[in-house]
Design a protein around this ligand. Structure first.
Ligand code: ADP
Ligand code: MG
Length: 458
């Protein structure tokens, strides 16, 4: 069958490529419609998938009909297998895998690998801020020079949704592009555990571990999943030692600091040998920059005030920010390209945060300002011209304008029936004062914070 395939392939690719990419492939099994081929290396497989998938499909269709399927195996490396047997100590006497006794890497099916390192997450689309610059720069340093052992292992930790996986995959993508000869593997700790469980089931744990040693850069996501998994910890401990001994780069992520990670002490201490860097929640400006960058990647336009409104409400989780964006795009699409305005944003946000249901009302603002300046709320709508009161009134109007969508006329009514030009004048006065008067500026920042904090119980 493979011969048949090769015939087709030979017609479709140039001889050089044929020699490089197809001649080294060995057919190893045929199970009704499923042909298994062995490739020398994981990168080899990826290259095939990326560049020759159509050719392969066509060949397969020809040889096996449309139901034909293709499985890959990676040729095990004998030499390093022996090295592991020594290093691991208790693994002596193992049978070295041979090409005639190939193993299937559990989970090594096509979709798995593709999703393992898609090109989606890069350093270019990772927005840097104070919250992540250490982690980002450490990750970049590893990616630029994976053989530099100073940062080995690098552990990136932080709460969910702040970019750990993004950075981890960015390392992988960068290395894949910059050092095509290096083999990179991204795996989650869950996947690793599953592979291990499968391998135990068919007595191929050594093969699995040996195979892992072909990896030059191992990216392990979510190592908190090691907790309570004693066997996984053991196997990973051995693997870690061999990889590190061979100067292979290891980057891991964790949802908590390593000292708080409840795993075997010997493993925990090793995880601390390199560098650990944490990710914390991004400041408003960083969140806005991230949202802006994701919006432009999606080719949608969101006005800055709407963007700001969204980012005020989503503070601790960038994935949620993306969720909001996706929903906005969806909604505006469904409504025939309806503009993404504040109303749409509010509507969508309601599905993400509960507090948004309680909106900032003019009453909340008046109450907060009055309390702040130690006045009675009524004073704000009275006709008093005392300087202190006038100031508080103007600031209230300014804040009502900023926080709500009341018209100038409506705001005038809320403040004792003043006309809209008075409101306009007040807003302008406050805006000017903010530029020149640091005290007012600070007052406003305090007030905005209080108003936002108070909206939940308003
Ligand atoms: P974690 O693994 O920490 O739970 P992820 O890496 O999956 O979080 O990040 C969640 C989402 O937020 C991803 O889509 C990622 O692209 C995005 N994200 C997080 N931080 C940033 C950032 N600084 N710049 C751009 N996107 C980010
Ligand atoms: Mg993650």
């Amino acid at each position: 069958v493979w011969e048949k395939c090769l015939l087709i392939i030979r017609q479709s690719v140039d001889p050089q490529s044929y020699q490089t990419w197809f001649a080294p492939i060995r057919p190893v099994a045929l199970n009704t419609n499923e042909l298994t081929i062995q490739v020398p290396h994981r990168l080899f497989y990826e290259f095939l998938e990326e560049h020759y998938i159509d050719v392969l499909k066509r060949a397969l269709n020809h040889a096996l009909g449309t139901a034909g399927r293709l499985q890959y195996r990676i040729k095990p490396a004998k030499q390093e297998a022996a090295a592991f047997a020594v290093a691991a100590g208790n693994e002596r006497g193992q049978r070295a895998p041979t090409p005639s006794n190939p193993f299937v890497i559990p989970g090594m099916t096509r979709p798995r690998i593709e999703s393992n390192l898609d090109g989606k997450y890069t350093f270019a689309n990772f927005i840097e801020g104070d919250c992540n610059s250490l982690a980002r720069n450490a990750a970049k340093a590893v990616a630029d020079n994976p053989s530099n052992t100073a940062f080995n292992p690098l552990v990136i930790h932080g709460p969910v949704g702040l970019g750990k996986t993004h950075l981890l995959k960015a390392v992988g993508n960068h290395i894949t592009a910059k050092f095509p000869q290096k083999s990179v593997l991204y795996v989650t700790t869950d996947e690793f555990t599953n592979q291990l469980v499968t391998s135990i089931g068919n007595n191929s744990t050594n093969d699995l571990v040996n195979w892992y040693q072909n990896v030059d850069v191992l990216l392990v996501d979510d190592i908190q999943q090691l907790i309570k998994r004693k066997k996984t910890q053991d196997v990973f401990f051995n693997l870690f030692n061999v990889l590190r001994h061979n100067n292979k780069a290891i980057v891991m992520t964790c949802d908590r600091p390593i000292i708080e990670l409840d795993i075997e002490e010997r493993l925990r201490s090793r995880f601390q040998w390199g560098l650990t860097a944490d990710l914390s929640a991004p400041a408003l400006e960083t969140r806005m920059a991230i949202l802006a960058s994701k919006a432009s990647a999606n080719e949608v336009h969101i006005a800055p005030p709407v963007m700001e409104f969204i980012c005020y409400h989503i503070q601790n989780n960038i994935r949620q920010l993306e969720g909001v964006l996706n929903n906005l795009v969806l909604h505006s699409g469904v409504n025939n390209g309806k503009e993404i305005d504040l109303n749409l944003a509010k509507q969508v946000l309601k599905n993400f945060v509960t507090e948004i249901n309680k909106e900032v009302t003019p009453e909340v603002i008046q109450r907060t300002v009055a309390e702040y300046y130690d006045l009675e709320v009524d004073k704000l709508s009275s006709s008093t011209r005392r300087r202190h009161v006038v100031m508080a009134r103007q600031i209230s109007m300014f804040l009502v304008k900023q926080f709500t969508d009341q018209s100038l006329k409506a705001i005038g009514r809320l403040f004792g029936g003043r006309d809209h030009s008075t409101v306009l004048y007040s807003i302008k006065t406050v805006r000017d004062l903010m530029e020149t008067n640091d005290e007012i500026k600070k007052d406003l920042a305090d007030l905005e914070r209080k108003i936002r904090a108070g909206q939940g119980d308003g």
